[in-house]
Structures are given as C-alpha cells and as structure tokens.
Design a protein around this ligand. Structure first.
Ligand SMILES: [Zn+2]
Length: 376
C-alpha cells in the first residue's frame, strides 16, 4: 500500500506524525498500567521496547510483542511472593504453576520452558534416587526429608526458560513428607533462594492447611517441633547472607553453597528425628502448648455459641465451631466427638467460606451437638 502525501504539506505531515506519536504514547502508557494491574505490581518508569512491524496482516502480533516485553520488565522488578515460587514461563508468582495443587505434591524442578513442575513426594524420592524411596512404603507413618541441589532442580531448564535469570534462583531445596493435619497427609518444600539483589531468603511452599497448622497448631507435637526446626533453619541461612552478598562469582559462592547444603542436611536429620521423638517434649514446649492450646475453652465456647458460629466443613465432614479470639473447634459430624482445636485468622476463615468449604450448619445439628455436651 502506497500513501501519497501532497508535497507542500511537509509541516502538516510532521504535525500529524507528532499527533500520532502522542496518541501512541498515551495508549502505551495505559497498556503498561493495565499490565501492571494484571501483575499486581506498579509499572516501572522506563521500559525499553523493541517492536517489529513486519507482520502487517496480524495486528495482534504487536500486542504479544509489547505484552511479553512489559511482563518481563515488570516481572524482573517483582518482589518475591510468600509461599509461591516464580514461574519463568509466565513471568509470574501468581500463575497456576507457582503453587502445588495436591496435598502430597512437592516442587521437583523447572521444565525446559521454566514452568515449576510438581509431583507426589514419593515420586520425587524415586527420580532423585534417594535411598529412602523404599521407606515411604515400609514405614507406618513416615516422616522423611530429602535434599535437592540446584543442578537437580534445573536439570531440564533451558536458557530460554530462565536458567540464568536471577528473579528466583533456587540454591538448594529440602522437601519433606508426610505431616498430618486433621488426619490428612501433607508435604512441604523449603527452598533457599537468591533474588535479583543477591539476597538469600527461605521460601516455604505448602498447602495453606499445613502452613496454618505449622503456625497455629500447638496441639500436634510433630508440627510444633518442625516449626521450631524451620525457625532455626531460617536463622542459620540468614547468617550466611552477609558473606553471600560479598561474593562476586560462582567460585566465591561455592563454599557458601556447600555451607547451605550442610544447613539443609541438618534440617533433614532433625525433621526425621522429630517424628521419632514424638512422645518426648521439653517442659517448656509443653507449657507453651498449654497456654496457646484453646482446647479447654472448647466446652465454654460451645455453650455460649450462637447458631451463626456453627459451620459444616464439607471436605472433612466435620462441624466447625467459630469461637472468640480466632479459636476454632472441630467436632465429628457423626458422633459429635471433639477432634481438635486451633486458632485461625479471620482472613483464612473467610477464604474457606468463600470457597464454600465452610457452609452454615443446619440448626438441628447444632442443637444436637449442644445437647450432647449439656448433659455432661
Ligand atoms: Zn506459570
């Protein structure tokens, strides 16, 4: 297509070009802000753009060019998100790939294109050729942990899939399973990660039920012990940070990587020992558990609860009683037996209601439960 401009309107043409440029500028800015909103991150001021206008027949090709570049530019400035790993394929901490889906899944590494790959814990033990792989079937309630180094986790990742990008550089990982919460088996992936500012941080990846239970559930001995071990582990990693920040190349990092792996191996040994020491608790831990544990309040809360405080957990088929001060009491739907008590934030509770996991309990069922305990 040829456009013929009148020869004498050079000035007008220039003016019109400037108008067009202004228009494009405004539209690009709006586009940038939209992408920023999409990534839940304010857009940086300068984004270098490279556009190719070759594909005249496909105007959407321009969209994807701009979108890809904006996403990459914004993603490199994203703060890491708690309890999610970075997906290089989507340039995001918020895509479906960034968190595990099933209770027993762990992070097993990146795909060629940089997508996080999740698989059952027992599968990871086999593919990483951990000699413990067999124990998971032979033990009654196995609590095992394993170490994965960076080479293993990036074994399939290609350069185009973010292999050398620094957004979320996993140095070493510990996965462990199984931890029980309300008779359900869960797994945990603990990653030691370096960000673009050459800082180390520890990322906990797990289902929200386990994350909650680790934070709140002081009734379950193993969980309380694992939580304490994770805190010590985080502190140990933080101690490496000072030296890590001073390193200039892979060679100077190498002894620190070895140190991180040693810290991770210590965590593994202690986690596995934690399950064997289930019965032995220090006096201090027992006392702290008693203070935090709301179980003794269960009866009080039950007697004072209004009808709106009763919920049905549709997944677990249990009765949930929402008490004061974030106390939650769980009762069997069939027998009314008190199963456990813990604390849960308002937000977490609301999420379960929004997902219709917790729904209002029938009035008769709430009355029956109350009657059962009134007679005691
Ligand atoms: Zn993704």
């Amino acid at each position: 297509m040829t456009i013929n401009y009148p020869q004498d309107s050079e000035e007008e043409l220039l003016k019109s070009l400037e108008e067009d440029a202004k228009d494009i500028h405004i539209r690009l800015q709006a586009f940038r802000d939209k992408v920023g909103k999409y990534l839940n991150h304010p857009a940086p001021k300068d984004i270098p753009l490279k556009l190719s206008l070759k594909n005249e027949d496909q105007p959407d090709a321009i969209t994807s060019q701009i979108l890809t570049q904006l996403q990459a530019s914004l993603a490199s400035k994203q703060e890491h998100k708690k309890h999610a790993c970075f997906c290089y394929e989507c340039n995001s901490y918020r895509c479906a790939h960034s968190q595990q889906e099933e209770n027993d899944e762990v992070f097993t590494g990146y795909s060629a294109t940089g997508r996080p790959i999740w698989a059952p814990f027992n599968e990871l033990l086999s593919i990483s050729e951990d000699p413990k792989a067999g124990d998971i079937y032979s033990q009654k309630n196995p609590l095992l942990a394993t170490l994965n180094n960076r080479n293993f986790l990036t074994r399939n990742q290609l350069i185009g899939g973010g292999l050398h990008q620094r957004e979320y550089r996993i140095i070493s990982q510990v996965t462990c399973g199984y931890l029980n919460v309300e008779r359900e088996r869960y797994t945990l992936s603990i990653q030691v990660v370096e960000n673009t500012k050459q800082q180390l941080f520890v990322q906990r990846l797990a289902k929200v039920q386990l994350l909650d239970a680790l934070k709140n559930d002081q009734v379950n001995t193993t969980l309380a012990r694992v939580e304490e071990l994770l805190r010590q582990h985080k502190k140990a990693i933080q101690k490496v940070q000072n030296q890590w920040a001073k390193t200039v190349n892979a060679k100077s990092r190498s002894p620190l990587v070895a140190q991180i792996n040693r810290i991770n191996r210590k965590l593994i040994n202690h986690i596995e020992r934690a399950s064997r020491q289930k019965q032995r608790r220090t006096q201090h831990a027992q006392q702290r558990a008693n203070e935090k544990r709301p179980t003794h309040k269960a009866l009080d809360d039950l007697m004072n609860a209004p009808q709106e405080a009763y919920y049905l957990d549709r997944y677990k088929k249990t009765i949930i009683l929402k008490g004061p001060k974030a106390r939650i009491h769980v009762f069997s739907l069939e027998t009314g037996k008190h199963l456990t008590s813990f604390t849960m934030s308002k937000e977490e509770f609301q999420i379960r209601c929004d997902k219709t996991r917790y729904v209002a309990l029938e009035k008769t069922k709430a009355q029956t439960l109350k009657e059962k305990y009134k007679s005691l």
